[in-house]
Design a protein around this ligand. Structure first.
Ligand SMILES: NC(=O)c1ccc[n+]([C@@H]2O[C@H](COP(=O)([O-])OP(=O)(O)OC[C@H]3O[C@@H](n4cnc5c(N)ncnc54)[C@H](O)[C@@H]3O)[C@@H](O)[C@H]2O)c1
Length: 334
């Protein structure tokens, strides 16, 4: 099997995670990494025995690189992805795809025009709880879903995540994209396309951001089910979990990861069961999202997570923001 040469753009927290993840996958060689902060790029390159540059265009000119992993702040995903596609490189872009639909469309069009693969790092699809919950719903054992609720709540941005770009919606997409791209995708991946969004929220605690720090977004799915996302930076008692109630029973996952978390499955008729999340065996998620991307390149197939999926999560978040501002439900497509 011939190695696929990879370039990593952005060597912050996630860029390092992607680069190390890629390096651990069979048949991949990280050839070069790039960051404006030379020290970050140099250190990562040394750890991986790769080259580095502070100018990502140099990385794109390298013929040994077939694909790039983009882990810059979200407002830079589109220009970098378009440059990469125009240079003939396959593109893996971190979530959120981009803060605007125009940027998402530019990425999709550039990939299509240059006949390169495009995927978005919606890595929760490879996590144990998300994938198991979706599998149970799609197995049909509990009938059609009636409602799905997900909360991912915590305090204000802190630690290494408190970067200046995260405080601006134009750069990060705000929390509905920067954090909840994952949960929005989880809701849509499980229940299907969304036809309208009603959002209520505001800015209550994290006053130095220009976007709401609490949003309750209710979703209407095309199949008739309804959904609710609770997104918050205003909760001193954080949490990440949810439930899906279906025609014939319910799935309850109070805690998505950590400790002795379980998924509880209870039909109206008959015995319930409980799955310990720690017992669900999945490949390491970051390695797996890179593995399937590289498999799609090798086999010339469509990656499982497409630009359309990335764009859909952005569109739902934009509709929720619009609804919070107007007080009105917002129909999709925007
Ligand atoms: N999948 C996940 O669970 C997950 C987790 C964290 C972050 N992310 C995503 O990864 C992306 C990056 O997040 P992060 O936490 O690593 O941010 P970060 O701020 O730690 O890193 C971003 C890096 O991009 C670099 N950069 C900026 N402009 C550049 C340019 N022109 N050329 C090269 N490098 C440039 C910055 O110097 C910085 O080092 C975001 O889209 C974020 O949403 C995903």
């Amino acid at each position: 099997m011939e190695n696929i040469g990879i370039g990593v753009i952005g060597c912050g927290g996630m860029g390092r995670s992607l680069a190390n993840g890629a390096n651990a996958v069979e048949g991949i060689e990280v050839v070069c990494v790039s960051d404006l902060q030379e020290e970050l790029a140099k250190t990562l390159a040394e750890n991986l025995d790769a080259d580095y540059t502070t100018d990502y265009h140099e990385l794109l000119a390298n013929d040994d690189i077939q694909a790039v992993l983009i882990a810059s702040p979200p407002f830079l995903h589109a220009p970098m992805a378009v440059d990469a596609a125009n240079a003939g490189k396959h593109v893996f872009s971190e979530k959120p795809m981009a803060p605007t639909l125009d940027d998402c469309d530019a990425m999709i069009n550039a990939a299509s025009e240059n006949n390169v693969k495009l995927t978005i790092g919606l890595v929760c699809r490879y996590h144990a709880t998300h994938s198991k919950v979706r599998e149970i719903v799609h197995s049909g054992e509990l009938g059609a879903p009636a409602n799905m609720m997900v909360h991912r709540i915590g305090g204000p941005w802190g630690g290494g995540h408190r970067t200046p770009w995260r405080l601006e919606r134009a750069k990060s997409g705000g929390s509905l994209m920067e954090i909840n791209a994952h949960e929005i995708d989880f809701l849509r991946w499980t229940c299907g396309d969304v036809t309208s969004v009603y959002g209520a929220g505001g800015n209550y605690v994290q006053k130095d951001t220009d976007y709401p720090d609490v949003v309750l977004a209710s979703l209407n799915f095309e199949n008739g089910a309804v959904g609710l996302l609770h997104s918050s930076h205003a909760s001193a008692v954080g949490g990440y979990g949810g439930r899906v109630d279906c025609e014939k029973g319910s799935i309850y996952f109070p805690q998505i990861w950590g400790g002795d978390a379980t998924i509880q499955i209870k039909p109206f008729d008959g015995e319930g069961r409980s799955i310990r999340i720690g017992d669900i065996k999945v490949p390491q998620p970051v390695q797996q999202e890179i593995r399937v991307f590289v498999d799609a390149i090798r086999n010339d197939t469509t990656p499982p997570i497409t630009g359309v999926d990335g764009r859909a999560a952005v569109e739902i978040a934009l509709a929720a923001y619009q609804s919070v501002e107007s007080g009105q439900p917002v129909s999709l497509p925007l």
